[in-house]
Design a protein around this ligand. Structure first.
Ligand SMILES: [Cu+2]
Length: 260
């Protein structure tokens, strides 16, 4: 995925709106109402969101009693990580809206194309456990279909800026996903910079977008290789986005993988 695209999407996001009902992406199903549950609502203004048009999005986090969540632990330098992915998993962005004192976040957005967009709010309430809440927003307008999710890693991935030799190794109850990073002349990248307090971030979602995993690198290893321990929720096809910083720029490496 191109950085320029991400910025374009972000800019678009900064100007549109939507509404949605949300639900916890973490699976608390089958146990009735979870007293620890949190809810995310996404409200667009105007209510009908049109691709290419700026909207204002209000994100609101509430607890099981309907009270706003306004106190957060800082995780990877931010109160909240907001990931937005289009249905089909072809468009990805990762931003950090700042919650106001009442726990709401208002942000302008413009969506590049029509379709359903999944919002993942990744946060830890003060003195609580890490949460990921999900909401959907329907965007009207022209839409090109997402390419099929055909797995292409393990293997070499090329982006505009990087080559990544991506490996997957099954371990006990988890998989190790490694990114050996090279520049486009195949020289190992040895000047990675910490990004949000880690040498890399890896966001993974299931093909249907219903399962979300955010992973950070294991320590050690070679400077040019970043290894993530990922707890996949089950077998299936997943798409992930490795994020790495070099020269002050965040580089995104998308991968599609089959986990058995
Ligand atoms: Cu983040």
């Amino acid at each position: 995925m191109r950085t320029s695209f991400i910025f374009a999407l972000f800019a678009l996001l900064l100007t549109c709106g939507w509404s949605a009902q949300l639900f916890a992406a973490t699976d608390h199903s089958g146990h009735g109402v979870d007293p620890n549950a949190f809810y995310l609502t996404v409200t667009p203004e105007p209510e009908a969101v049109q691709a290419g048009e700026q909207v204002t999005i209000t994100l609101r986090l509430t607890d099981a009693h309907g009270a706003p969540v306004s106190e957060f632990e800082i995780v990877h330098e931010k109160k909240l990580h907001l990931i937005i992915i289009r249905e089909g998993l072809d468009k990805f962005t990762h931003t950090h809206p700042e919650p106001g004192p009442d726990g709401t976040m208002v942000t302008g957005m413009t969506f590049p194309e029509g379709g359903t967009y999944y919002f993942y709010a990744d946060f830890t309430p003060r003195d609580g456990k890490g949460q990921t809440l999900m909401a959907e927003l329907r965007v009207e307008g022209e839409s090109s279909p997402a390419p099929p999710l055909d797995p292409y890693v393990p293997g070499m991935v090329q982006t505009d800026e990087l080559l990544a030799n991506v490996g997957i190794e099954a371990g006990q109850g988890m998989h190790r996903v490694s990114f050996a990073l090279m520049d486009l002349s195949e020289a190992p990248v040895t000047d990675l910079q910490p990004y949000l307090g880690a040498m890399g971030h890896f966001v993974v979602v299931s093909a249907d977008g219903r399962q979300y995993v955010h992973s950070h690198p294991m320590d050690g290893g070679e400077a040019s290789e970043v290894v993530f321990e990922v707890h996949f929720p089950g077998p299936g096809v997943y798409k992930g986005w490795g994020e790495f910083q070099r020269g002050g720029t965040v580089l995104v490496v998308p991968v599609v993988m089959q986990i058995d």
